[in-house]
Design a protein around this ligand. Structure first.
Ligand SMILES: [Zn+2]
Length: 215
């Protein structure tokens, strides 16, 4: 009986990995270096990495009215986020940027901190290896709401507003619930990515991740 179960599991596994479109992605495998890092639809993930020397040329400081301390985003993403946050504020929602552009070396230290303190498996679920973080594009940011903790953003009144409106400003919720096997990251309610209004609206309306779109 046990043997039969093992055979079935093996056959199912073989079926999953040998078809043209596998049901799950093998992460940190056959990694490609990104050729057009400046494009707004750039796909940075566990299988596509940025060069250690890549620094966006148009980084600008985000208005400190809507950011915690000094945060940098690329010009277009910065303008879009400031508009989003100020529009939200008029409606009584406080959406503040707590993390934005992070360079290669910063990510290297951050990832290593998780590996040292929590182990490799945990680190890979919640932090990207250096070169594999979207934060290096200058197009990604983490936000917090009026409950003042990005880890608790899901439980803030701002989460719902952000979820329904971010695409109108060019942003997508980058690591949604239920798509962990595609993005390689656990659900991150606080992490948004700028892709431009046309693409963000398309992805939002079709419930697609950037991975599914770029496939
Ligand atoms: Zn993030």
């Amino acid at each position: 009986m046990k043997k039969e179960i093992l055979i079935i599991v093996f056959l199912l596994y073989s079926l999953m990995i040998h078809q043209d479109k596998p049901l799950f992605t093998k992460f940190y495998y056959q990694i490609k270096e990104i050729q057009k890092p400046d494009s707004f639809d750039v796909l940075v993930n566990k299988n596509n990495c940025l060069s250690p020397t890549y620094i966006p040329k148009d980084l600008e400081i985000v208005n400190t009215k809507v950011a915690y301390d000094q945060k940098f985003l690329r010009h277009e993403a910065k303008e879009a986020f400031e508009k989003l946050s100020l529009d939200a504020l008029e409606l009584g929602y406080h959406i503040v940027c707590v993390s934005a552009y992070r360079d290669y070396d910063y990510q290297k230290d951050l990832y290593q901190y998780y590996v040292d303190s929590k182990g490799l498996e945990y680190a890979d679920q919640c932090s990207a290896r250096p070169g594999h973080s979207e934060h290096q594009t200058g197009l990604s940011l983490d936000v917090m709401g009026s409950n003042m903790d990005y880890n608790l953003f899901l439980h803030s009144v701002e989460y719902d507003w952000m979820h329904k409106n971010a695409h109108k400003y060019g942003f997508i919720l980058r690591y949604p619930k239920g798509k962990e096997h595609i993005t390689g990251f656990k659900f991150e309610p606080w992490h948004y990515r700028y892709v431009g209004k046309k693409l963000s609206t398309y992805l939002y309306e079709n419930h697609l991740t950037l991975e599914e779109y770029k496939k």
